[in-house]
Design a protein around this ligand. Structure first.
Ligand code: NZQ
Ligand code: ZN
Length: 388
């Protein structure tokens, strides 16, 4: 196992009605709040009203930034930074999914930085100060509610990049499974795929001796396999929504990744696709990942796929290693298809003509793409071509 320091000070208020914790949280850390929301879902489903009631209970003034799009854009981050500076905002409250939380993180960092916030994504600039933020999560997927990363798209240059600093990890996050009841089937299933792929990115990486992380990873994958289809079929099933929600948080808060090298190739490739074609992140991953598995399966990686097949997909251990590995990959693909996510890039209108640009872009953005198997430009083009 690799060395690590584990420090996740985000307070989680989990469960039905936990929005009641919001006023107390704000009273201790805010004098003026910027409330950041997406394209209207929280206003339609009543979550925003709950939030406003709590803010009023705390007696704290607030201003709003609305309209954050999925795959949040740098332009909206600039808008948020301007509001923070003009209004003297000292706390940011993200109310939404990963896109709203990520935009809030970039605003938090940018509001305390004298130059362009995009520097944090593209240059070796360390963030030294940020406006503190909290989150009311409404969609199970990214883990942004308890991690220190944010992903932003700069539309004019077609770059979608991540930045990270513990300074933007939410001080608190409120996770009420009932708040995810209104997420439609498309985004519910995309979120489940995203959660599972976060686990894969950590699971399929060295060293093989980080056994604690890998056994927890397998347990979380089994939770997704059990409760994912239920959440899709019965959107108001509390236990399904609750288990998926908590699995999503644990999948990307350091619990599985610390002590491991992480792979992140599939994310690197997906971010290149959604930077250009603005597709749903989890959908892109669901298309890419089974083909990534096919390309990285080799005699060096075989044992891990065998472990995956037996421990996660209950494949008969007497079947022979290569067969087990291939069955596991097909079961993964079939599971994603059964959840209802598209299985081909052509189904989400992504043509083949820019595959080479995407491969180059991923290598340019990440230096090295993948560690379980380091991917060459040709490997990435092959994965994309298999995904067509
Ligand atoms: O915009 P609104 O109206 O809020 O609607 C959203 C959006 O259309 C809707 N939604 C959210 N909660 C809802 C709801 N609809 C009904 N009821 C609710 N309760 O769902 C749609 C998708 O929302 P979005 O926030 O975009 O989804 P997600 O949470 O999957 O976030 C995706 C973004 O996060 C990045 C992705 O790349 C993408 O940009 N990621 C962030 C990570 C991180 N910070 O650690 C890691 C991930 O790997 C990922 O890259
Ligand atoms: Zn992801």
């Amino acid at each position: 196992m690799l060395n690590f320091t584990y420090d996740i000070p985000t307070r989680i208020h989990f469960g039905r009605g936990e929005i009641k914790a919001l006023s107390g949280e704000l009273e201790t850390c805010a004098k003026k709040v910027l409330v950041v929301t997406g394209q209207g879902s929280v206003k339609r489903n009543g979550i925003f009203n709950d939030v406003v009631r709590e803010i009023k209970k705390a007696g704290i003034p607030f201003v709003e930034l609305t309209g954050i799009k999925p795959n949040p854009r740098l332009k909206s981050v600039y808008r948020g930074i301007e509001i923070c500076k003009a209004e003297g905002v000292d706390f940011i409250l993200a109310v939404g999914g990963g896109s709203v939380i990520d935009a809030s993180k970039a605003i938090a960092a940018g509001a305390k930085y004298k130059n362009d916030v995009w520097d944090f994504f593209t240059k070796d600039v360390v963030c030294t100060e940020a406006v503190p933020l909290g989150a009311v999560l409404t969609l199970a997927a990214t883990g942004s509610e308890m991690n220190s990363y944010g992903v932003i798209t700069k539309e004019d240059t077609e770059r979608k990049l991540a930045f990270g600093t513990p300074l933007v990890r939410p001080v608190f996050s409120i996770l009420d499974p009932e708040y995810t009841y209104t997420v439609n089937k498309y985004h519910t299933s995309a979120g489940i795929v995203d959660i599972m792929v976060h686990i894969f990115e950590e699971y399929f990486s060295a060293p093989p001796t980080a056994v604690v992380q890998d056994r927890i990873a397998e347990a979380l994958l089994k939770v997704c396999i059990k409760y994912g289809p239920i959440a899709c079929k019965k959107p108001k099933d509390y236990e399904a929504r609750a288990n998926i929600l908590w699995a999503g948080t644990l999948a990307l808060n350091g619990l599985l990744g610390n002590g491991k090298s992480g792979d992140w190739a599939s994310h690197g490739i997906e971010h290149e696709i959604s930077a250009i074609y603005d597709i749903t992140h989890g959908v892109g991953l669901g298309i890419i990942v089974p083909n990534w598995m096919k390309v990285v399966l080799s005699k060096n990686t075989l044992d891990k796929f065998v472990e995956f097949g037996i421990n996660v997909w209950d494949v008969d251990k007497d079947k022979g290693k290569e067969k087990i590995a291939n069955i596991a990959i097909e079961k993964t693909r079939d599971f994603f298809t059964a959840l209802g996510v598209p299985s081909k890039l052509s189904a989400v209108s992504v043509p083949q003509d820019r595959f080479r640009d995407m491969a180059k872009g991923a290598i340019e953005s990440y230096g090295q793409v993948g560690s379980f198997k380091k991917l060459s430009e040709e490997d990435i083009v092959k994965i994309l071509t298999f995904s067509l």
